[in-house]
Design a protein around this ligand. Structure first.
Ligand code: T3D
Length: 262
């Protein structure tokens, strides 16, 4: 872990806490690199079977640190395409391609890329007091970190356009009602509930869960015929896992399964 990202691993769960609370955990390069490094480790390390992402202090993440983009400091205009390519897009691709569940506990305001990173996670819980803000239009930018894709896909054009063009705060409960997140929970219960979900998934049949995540994501760009073939292939792979044999044995023996992730 680095100062800007706290990392804690226990019982298969890698808990990552964005830790620049005085800046509402907005992203500087150091935090980007730390988060990417930990997600890459989660990818490679068999002992990590679920990731839990949250924020320190009263906010979840306020997107890009605008202090690092101060035009008053002079110099040429920044090439934001390059920073998206270098930092935000790899982060989004890592979260989506990680074949393990990524749980997000949105503990407070999530703005700009901070909101859209949350929406890219697999199971998102938010504190009742949290709000999501597509802050980009306030400063002349477009919704990045996959936001223009995920919002359009999940919400449809009318809500996606109003949210992004107006940049009005969306309360956690509305985000849940609209299907953008899994659940809004009491502020005091958030961390415990998110950890319970992460721990449960970390004790699950990891290969099957990873394949499930992949299939659900592929459905967005697949037709039924293609997708049925993909389900066949993934079910074949799942059927060869030890966890499948254990799951069926446990069912027949009327006991709970003891999955190893293999
Ligand atoms: O540049 C690229 O690489 C392109 C990529 C862009 C991706 C993006 O995410 S662009 C969008 C950037 N984010 C924003 O525009 C959001 C800016 N923040 C806000 O609008 C508000 O802070 C919030 C609505 C999130 C929260 O409001 P509030 O009233 O609860 O808190 P606050 O007082 O505004 O913020 C508390 C402190 O955090 C404050 O510092 P201070 O005054 O106490 O010293 C504030 O300046 C700081 N802070 C909040 N967000 C950012 C930030 N500092 C730097 N960058 C931030 N994004």
């Amino acid at each position: 872990s680095s100062q800007t990202l706290l990392s804690f691993q226990e019982a298969g769960v890698l808990k990552l806490t964005l830790n620049r609370p005085e800046k509402l955990n907005s992203f500087n390069e150091e935090m980007h690199l730390a988060l990417r490094g930990e997600l890459e480790r989660a990818c490679d390390d068999d002992a990590i079977r679920a990731v839990l992402l949250t924020g320190a202090g009263r906010g979840f993440c306020a997107g890009q640190d605008l202090g690092d983009r101060d035009p008053r400091k002079g110099g040429p205009k920044p090439d934001l395409g390059a920073t998206i390519e270098t930092f935000y897009n790899p982060l989004l691709r890592l979260i989506r391609s990680l074949e393990k569940p990524v749980i997000c506990a949105v503990n407070g305001v999530a703005a700009g890329a901070g909101a859209n990173i949350a929406f890219a996670c697999d199971i998102v819980l938010a504190a009742q007091s949290a709000k999501f803000i597509q802050a980009f239009s306030k400063i002349g930018l477009i919704p990045d970190a996959g936001g223009s894709w995920s919002l359009a896909r999940i919400l449809g054009e009318p809500r996606a356009k109003a949210l992004t063009l107006l940049a009005e705060p969306l309360p956690a409960q509305t985000a849940a009602d609209w299907g953008l997140i899994w659940r809004a929970v009491e502020d005091d219960a958030l961390q415990a509930e998110a950890l319970a979900i992460a721990s449960k998934l970390a004790a699950g049949p990891t290969t099957g869960l990873g394949l499930t995540k992949r299939l659900i994501q592929e459905a967005a760009t697949s037709d039924l015929d293609t997708h049925l073939d993909r389900e066949r292939d993934c079910q074949r792979e799942a059927g060869f896992t030890d966890d499948y044999a254990e799951g069926v044995t446990a069912f027949l023996e009327k006991r709970s399964a003891n999955f190893t992730g293999h």
